[in-house]
Design a protein around this ligand. Structure first.
Ligand code: GCO
Ligand code: MG
Length: 400
């Protein structure tokens, strides 16, 4: 079997997605997601200009060999652009292999380790009443676990809070949000107190601090949130400073989740081997694909750390499907983030996976179980969009 064509499709049915479609001489094709929110064209070029020419004529069944040759052969290793591009190839080749086998991908990964995949959804509000409405809406949709984000008194725009969550800006300049860590540290425990009083002790609650804190601030927040029994506190610090997590860990028993911006296992070495976190958050799409993410989960399993694959709206249904197959197959599954997609996105990417009563299942279609409606995709051209930037009240740039 040979790869005879590979094309990069950009489409924007509500937000931008980059998809790789690999075609073989036997008529079987495979899809991979290469979406890197706010930097989509860089990955598209990496694939079109530097990867596709290397794929033509090669055997699509040699997934590991292709992965290693793209990773090592480039010499310039790692980084989100490189690893998103390699991820798209890896997933497209797994899709082809599973289609040829006539099996859903999870069967090739060892078969199902569970019947269905538990998810968490997003609730947010500028204030507590708006947050409660949002939590009720997620509960009505069946979500068994809910991530809670709120506005901070005195701040105009906080990332992840309702309308502010989509890529924003005028297409040329990112929107500027504002931040005050002290105000946040004071208000968040009060918000969780109100949520627990309203919704009781059993609701599974999560929170994403989005890399905004220093280790000592994160330690304090983790401690202050302990009475509210969070499932996790996510990205409490910019964790490329892996050593900083030792300090956080010494001070709090609030479980920690990290890794959506990581792209190789090396980013996790200290965090996993010293068991400084409880959940690894990388997405198939940003971590080089199913092959390396599976290896990360096996490494994490040795330290009783579980999976929690990143699943915001900017992971396409192709990347989401690949994630759900892995979720079903691995033993150390923790939870899957699932923000869902617009109806238009569902129409561009018809898929076999289902979301029922808060649980996902990859479906039984051969491969990853996602199609790409190319004509419809072309009706939604790429639209430049940036993620926001964040500034403190004196104008200093801060992590958002
Ligand atoms: C999450 C994330 C997202 C990211 C987004 C960036 O936990 O879902 O933090 O909201 O910010 O994916 O593109
Ligand atoms: Mg996050």
């Amino acid at each position: 079997m040979k790869i005879v064509d590979a094309k990069v499709v950009l489409t924007s049915p509500g937000r931008n997605f980059v998809t790789l479609k690999v075609e073989t001489d036997e008529g079987v094709s495979g899809l991979g997601d290469a979406t890197l929110n706010g930097r989509e064209l860089a990955v598209a070029s990496y694939l079109r200009d530097h990867v596709v020419p290397l794929l033509l004529g090669t055997d699509p069944h040699r997934i590991e060999d292709t992965w290693q040759s793209l990773y090592r052969g480039a010499y310039w290793r790692r980084g989100p652009v490189t690893m998103a591009a390699i991820a798209a190839v890896d997933v497209a080749l797994w899709d082809i292999k599973a289609k040829v086998a006539g099996l859903p991908l999870y069967q090739l990964l060892g078969g199902a380790s569970r019947d269905r995949v538990r998810t968490y959804g997003h609730a947010s509000g500028r204030d507590v009443p708006q947050l409660f409405d949002s939590i009720r809406a997620r509960l009505a949709e069946g979500y068994p676990a809910i991530r809670v984000q709120t506005g901070v008194p005195g701040l105009k725009r906080v990332y992840g809070v309702q309308q502010d969550a989509a890529p924003s800006g005028d297409g040329v300049r990112p929107v500027v949000e504002d931040w005050d860590t002290d105000a946040y540290l004071r208000s968040l425990p009060r918000v969780f107190d109100a949520v627990r009083q309203e919704f009781g002790p059993d609701l599974v609650l999560l929170h994403d601090a989005h890399h905004r804190l220093t280790p000592i601030q994160a330690a304090r927040l983790g401690k202050d949130l302990e009475p509210y029994d969070l499932f996790w506190l996510e990205d409490c610090t910019p964790a490329e400073n892996q050593d900083g997590l030792r300090l956080v860990r010494r001070h709090t028993t609030t479980p920690l989740a990290i890794g959506e911006v990581f792209n190789t296992v090396f980013d996790y070495q200290t965090l996993v081997s010293e068991q400084l976190i409880d959940y690894v958050r990388s997405a198939v799409t940003h971590f080089g694909g199913v092959s390396p993410l599976r290896k990360l989960f096996d490494f994490a399993a040795q330290h009783q750390i579980k999976s929690a694959i990143h699943g915001p709206e900017d992971i396409s249904p192709v990347g989401m499907a690949a994630a759900i197959h892995l979720d079903l197959a691995i033993h150390n599954f923790g939870i899957q983030e699932y923000a869902g997609h617009t109806e238009q996105t569902g129409a561009v990417f018809p898929h076999a996976y289902t979301f029922t009563d808060g649980y996902l299942h990859p479906g039984e279609a051969a491969g990853i179980g996602v199609e790409l409606e190319e004509e419809l995709a072309a009706a939604y051209p790429y639209a430049p969009a940036y993620l926001p930037i964040n500034r403190l009240q004196d104008g200093t740039v801060h992590d958002w």
